[in-house]
Design a protein around this ligand. Sequence first.
Ligand SMILES: *[C@@H]1O[C@H](CO)[C@@H](O)[C@H](O)[C@H]1NC(C)=O
Ligand SMILES: *[C@@H]1O[C@H](CO)[C@@H](O)[C@H](O)[C@H]1NC(C)=O
Ligand SMILES: *[C@@H]1O[C@H](CO)[C@@H](O)[C@H](O)[C@H]1NC(C)=O
Length: 569
Amino acid sequence: MVLLSASFFAALVAIAVATQAERSAYVIHERRDTPARGFVKVGLAPSSHELTLRISLKPNNIAGLEKELYAVSDPKSERYGKHLTLDEVVKYVKPTSEALSAVNSWLDVNKITAKIISPAGDTLQFNVPVSKANSILNAEFSSFTHSDTKETAIRTLQYSLPADLSPHVAYVHPTTSFTNPFVTPKIEPFNINGKREIDPSCADLTTLECLLEETGIPKRSATQKNNVLGISGFSNQFAHQSDLKDFLAKYRPEMSSSAKFDLQFVDGGSNTQVRDFAGVEASLDMQYAVGLSGGVPLRFISVGPLNDDKASSFLDQVNALIADNSRPTVLSTSYGFNEQDLTLPVAEGLCNAYMQLGALGTSVLTSSGERGVGGNSWFCDTFLPTAPSSCPWVTSVGASQTILENYTKNNFSEVAASFSAGGFSNYFKAPAYQEADVSSYVASINGQYEGRYNKAGRGIPDVSAQGVNFVTLVSNEWNLASGTSASTPVFAAVVAHLNAELIAAGKRPLGFLNPFLYSAAGRAALNDVSAGNNPGCDTSGFNATVGWDPVTGLGTPNYVKLRKAVGLV
Ligand SMILES: *[C@@H]1O[C@H](CO)[C@@H](O)[C@H](O)[C@H]1NC(C)=O
Ligand SMILES: *[C@@H]1O[C@H](CO)[C@@H](O)[C@H](O)[C@H]1NC(C)=O
Ligand SMILES: *[C@@H]1O[C@H](CO)[C@@H](O)[C@H](O)[C@H]1NC(C)=O
């Protein structure tokens, strides 16, 4: 028998302690038990597969930026309309020097070169093979297949960071967030020359003329060249110029048939003009945005496929606009996902980017979702709020429709469109501007749906607009499209016209809208929708009521009243 010396044992113990110390120097940063619904793990990710990861550092003073946002967006504030400059915004968002040195030394130790991809320098991106990502993050990157699309996402259910770095980091992405495919608007083919059985009035079909009359949007042409309405395009949705031209020829022949839009590309975006490739969402959004906001310059902002991950695509778009001196004054986004697909830090990071855009003076409108209290999902137990709609710094838009009975163009009633998604965020609490509305709505339903939603959450939508049966030309074929996808560009066009008038009068554009919309003057300028509901998750959903409700928000736009409410005479 060989006797082992005491010093040999001491050495073994020392090695064990060192390994222990190294391990304990890592702390779990984010974890989840299972992938998001719809995804199935199929195995470990190939170790040589190259990942593009981003690490986002915490902003140094986001509470300070929130205060600034309110100061420039609340009509009661002295500084209303005095939007921040990019330098002023960056001061609040940039990471601390401790955070930067912690992340740089971690990158150095691991021989990683990263590039900064956000204006405030808070997000860094680098490429590493799966094997290295697993070792530097104590992760297990695996392949997950989506059951409908069969697309593969490489994710990990858990990752760790060194204990001295973790407190400075918001998230590493894509790791534990999963995004389901976008839900597109509902469409049916429409025979434009045929005779429809049902009443061909505006109560059945929605055309530009109906919307102009019902909202009161002026027909005269806006004159401000620097007041741009931006329309988001994701997911290979292309807007076709010829479809737009033919659409306008039919429904707004007085508008120049050369009405065009500009393009901005992010992450390898494009706007192919092969007519067969036009997308329903892009066609619907652009045709109604151009047709309603005659004269306001339009920009189609196409985000391309360089990120296979939707949360990154959204963030890259917002960051590109933050950095852009000629950024739109209004951004309309008719795409979204379920909030729970994202982890809280990723949802918060995206929301912080919208906060920056709001502080800079851009109004952001996002669709609330297409499946009632199910958000964008048919299958749900608890109700599913949608992102980025649930971010308190965007204006979430639901949908309504006119009632057929007794319809006349200047005296019509609206009810909620049954698909209009609405509910309460599980991540963001009700912000100051709507706290009272949320608590009184929750009190009014008397314990109904207890446990299915977060009673203190930010409520969506904020407002609504008509969203049913929009006549739309897609790849030279007429369709009827319905969704909050349709209502969002309508509300955005209203805001773009208000901005055009404000700028022409020497005033500032509206910027972040919600403190104004929820003010007494704002709500009085909206048509309250108090009938209908938004079924989903095998329930009848919430009811629209007098005042704010999680179906149609505060109501639909009345241009004539809104222009007075924003101080135009
Ligand atoms: C339509 O008009 C009739 C007759 O005036 C009235 O009884 C009915 O309530 C009206 N319907 C609606 C939805 O207003
Ligand atoms: C609008 O229609 C309603 C319901 O049919 C009717 O009661 C009301 O008097 C009408 N209002 C106007 C201004 O015509
Ligand atoms: C919602 O509306 C339906 C139909 O009007 C009604 O039966 C139900 O009681 C309402 N729910 C609540 C919570 O008020």
